[in-house]
Design a protein around this ligand. Sequence first.
Ligand code: 5GP
Length: 203
Amino acid sequence: MNKVDSPIQSLGNVVVISAPSGAGKTSICDAIARSDGAVYSVSYTTRSPRQGEKNGKEYFFVDESNFKKMIKSDKFAEWAKVHGNYYGTPRELLDKTLKSGKNIFLEIDVRGGMNIKKQYPQACMIFIMAPDLKTLEKRLVVRNKDRKETINIRLNNAKKELTYLHKYEYLVVNRKLKDSVVAIKTIVKSLEYKIKKDQRYFD
Ligand code: 5GP
């Protein structure tokens, strides 16, 4: 057990943010990152970079054989195959950030979220969703150059992801970006005052 003299010196928090495609997770997280200098975990993935994405910024792009080597050498805190590609959260930055007392944000899928919660039971679990499935579909159509089948796949995935909702602690319905950013900042701020079960405070 870690002994700390004051709660202020306690460890950072893991903040898991999951959302169906089209709910607005990336815009919200970008806004939070810009304003707070929060630490975001950069995942490894085997998917190809999209236009404008830079290695080490959005993701570390690796091939499947390297990804599998990393799994074997226990480099990931969690990993999952999402939409046919592998994604993994590097363990080193996560643990280093927590030890330094800072919060770390993980934008990961629902299965990754469950995996993290098992290892970090005090992780703060936030689910972001559009006001309803119709709106989600509209957003996918508007923002996406994807074909109809791709949009349908994403919508079906959204329904599956929603079955995990009750395993999360907070739901942010993303109507307006600005309000959602405030909501998540408020949730994260409250973590400063949360009593951590594995920490000693005054004895
Ligand atoms: P995209 O390829 O559109 O950036 O992400 C696809 C999905 O993979 C999103 O739901 C995203 O949250 C999830 N994802 C990104 N990084 C990770 C990760 O490290 N682990 C897991 N489990 N999911 C991830």
